[in-house]
Ligand binder design. Structure first.
Ligand code: GDP
Ligand code: MG
Length: 597
């Protein structure tokens, strides 16, 4: 295809503003999916995406569109809108010349609208502002058209109005895409260079790599080379998604499509890498490749210890399609054998544990999420701590550094006081505040990531009746007065409950956990003290009183079979018990205490 007849664009929006629905209408209107085959969120292929109505993996589709009798190929890339997946959004943006900035006409601009807009501007994309859901009775298109025009410049009249649901305005939008967005440019005679913007594992086809051609041409049967590793593979198939895979004789400048080489692991075909040919390799890779870095860690343990090998296999499988997931074996006194896993964020964690449950039938318990702390001891050692129980003990800690994020919160102005209070209680520093229109405010904070992973978003939602939206991005780290609080049962540490918290919050954490455990752990033959401690210093204490009666006491002099039965029954109950020192704790108690039930 002549590059002048290609348009590559993506749709960016806050979650739920209707990207996937608009994409559905485009597929239908351009005729690539027939009305008969249409189903909602056509491009969201994972079960979990469909059920939750969110997009996790980006997808690209090629659609034919005619303007004034000229045939164009529109490559649409549907991007995920959630904060955890910003990395994927930015890769998708780099494959486009333009972006449709979609805003719900009943909601207005939200935190991820801004975050995505900034990403698009950084990538020099042409932006077409569009209000969606104009069919809703609550829509206020005039008001939000002004807000959008204020934000990106231009006149409110330039803001298109569509309904992804009814299809109204969508044809005009496609015409505008052709008219306003630049055609791709590249050097057709130069050595081939293609950017990988997505890589997915398919059980039948192996790894399917989505690419955007920049220069030159790639054809089937050629040997291709991944520029980051110099690894070469035979190009078995190359083609476009329309949206079913459609093999072609090759892809040239500006085209978007997929390739298959027979590799089995997405790490061999990494997002952001440049593909070239081994016969005539390019000298410079395309810019922009950073490994996604796990930000949030949690221990995942099978409820039934015998499921451990299955858990390992399941993680290995998920890793094939998710290069951002990391894990290594770990053992816990309280929970047995499991894995310490690293995630991009909380939603990523939630999605992985849900897929493990659903697709692999594993019952799991997850320890409280933790961020990565950098600890320097006074004897000059430096370590990264992702598991609070590994926080150094017995040596003096010189400094602890924690990751900090720049958080943007958008909400109606009535909630400003409430939000400020919440952010302050989470050690936030106000960086700035701005009005967007008459009644919406953007608050910018720097805040420790560790405070955000601890149910910040839930709190924010509940304190603002669901009106606030949140987006955040890493902004380095800072030294903080952080301590490890241990929980001890009769003097023995219960590793799964150790937490790294700010010194001011150590007491609150200690009393909370000791209180919970006192309720949950059954009485034993002896008294059991439950303590919270920082190092050797006890900061909170509860007691579980001893059981007076010996279970066998009432059997003295009775018949022996009754005694045996009683002992048998006790053994049964012990199966799901864990020993912490001399103390027997039902596994359910650990689970309940961890989940805060
Ligand atoms: P995404 O998260 O941006 O991909 O949003 P979805 O496309 O999944 O849409 C979120 C919700 O808004 C779904 O319940 C859609 O049915 C609904 N929705 C999307 N577009 C429209 C529209 O134009 N009008 C109305 N009334 N609802 C819409
Ligand atoms: Mg979606």
């Amino acid at each position: 295809t002549d590059p002048a007849r290609i348009r590559n664009f993506c749709i960016i929006a806050h979650i739920d503003h209707g990207k996937s629905t608009l994409a559905d209408r485009m597929l239908q209107i351009t005729g690539v999916v027939s009305d008969r085959d249409m189903r909602a969120q056509y491009l969201d292929r994972m079960d979990i995406e469909r059920e939750r109505g969110i997009t996790i993996k980006s997808q690209a589709v090629r659609m034919p569109w005619e303007v004034d009798g000229d045939a164009y190929a529109l490559n649409m890339i549907d991007t995920p809108g959630h904060v955890d997946f910003t990395y994927e959004v930015s890769r998708s943006l780099a494959a486009c010349e333009g972006a449709i900035l979609l805003v719900d006409a009943a909601q207005g601009i939200e935190a991820q609208t801004l975050a995505n807009l900034y990403l698009a501007l950084e990538n020099d994309l042409t932006i077409i502002p569009v209000l969606n859901k104009i069919d809703l009775p609550a829509a206020e298109p005039d008001k939000y058209a002004r807000e959008l025009a204020d934000l990106i410049g231009g006149s409110p009249d330039d803001v298109l109005r569509v309904s992804g649901k009814t299809g109204e305005g969508v044809e005009e939008l496609l015409d505008r895409v052709v008219e306003l967005m630049p055609a791709p440019v590249g050097d057709a005679d130069a050595p081939a260079r293609a950017m990988i913007f997505d890589s997915v594992y398919d059980a039948y086809r192996g790894v399917v790599t989505y690419i955007r051609m920049i220069d030159g041409r790639l054809s089937p049967r050629e040997r291709i080379q991944m520029m980051s590793t110099k690894a070469t593979h035979e190009l078995l198939e190359i083609g476009v998604s329309a949206p079913e895979p459609k093999p072609s004789k090759g892809l040239g400048v500006g085209e978007v499509g997929y390739l298959i080489t027979g590799v089995k692991d997405v790490r061999q075909s990494r997002v952001g890498d440049t593909v070239t040919t081994s016969v005539k390799p390019a000298s410079e890779p395309l810019p922009g490749y950073t490994d996604p870095k796990p930000m949030v860690f949690s221990g995942l343990y099978p409820l039934d210890g015998s499921d451990y090998p299955e858990l390992r296999e399941a993680l290995d499988k998920l890793k094939l399609s998710d290069a951002a997931l990391v894990y290594e074996p770990e053992t816990s006194v309280a929970l047995g054998f499991g894995f310490r896993c690293g995630f991009l964020g909380l939603l990523h964690l939630e999605i992985i544990s849900e897929r493990l449950r659903r697709e692999f039938g594993l019952d799991l318990i997850a320890t409280a999420p933790s961020v990565v702390y950098e600890v320097t001891t006074e004897d000059g050692r430096n370590m990264e701590v992702t598991n609070p129980s590994e926080f150094p003990t017995g040596v003096k800690v010189a400094e602890v550094r924690e990751p900090v994020v720049r958080a943007a919160i958008l909400a109606p102005k009535d909630y400003v006081g409430t939000i400020m209070e919440l952010c302050q209680s989470r050690r936030g520093n106000l960086l700035g505040m701005e009005y967007l229109g008459e009644d919406r405010v953007e608050l910018r904070y720097s805040m420790p990531l560790g405070e955000i992973v601890f149910d910040f978003f839930d709190q924010l939602k509940s304190k603002t009746a669901g009106y606030a939206s949140l987006d955040y991005e890493p902004m380095g780290d800072q030294a903080a007065d952080l301590v490890k609080v241990d929980i001890l049962l009769q003097g023995d540490q219960v590793d799964a409950f150790s937490a790294i918290v700010h010194r001011d919050k150590a007491y609150a954490y200690g009393t909370l956990m000791t209180g919970r455990l006192r309720e949950l752990i059954p009485r034993q033959q002896f008294e059991v003290p439950i303590q919270a401690a920082i190092g050797a210093r006890i900061i909170a204490r509860e007691n579980i009183r001893a059981i007076r009666k010996d279970v066998l006491a009432k059997c003295y002099g009775g018949d022996i079979t009754r005694k045996r039965k009683l002992l048998e029954k006790q053994k049964e109950g012990k199966k799901r018990m864990k020993m912490v020192g001399r103390v027997e704790v039902p596994q359910e108690a650990f689970i309940a205490a961890l989940s805060g039930e």
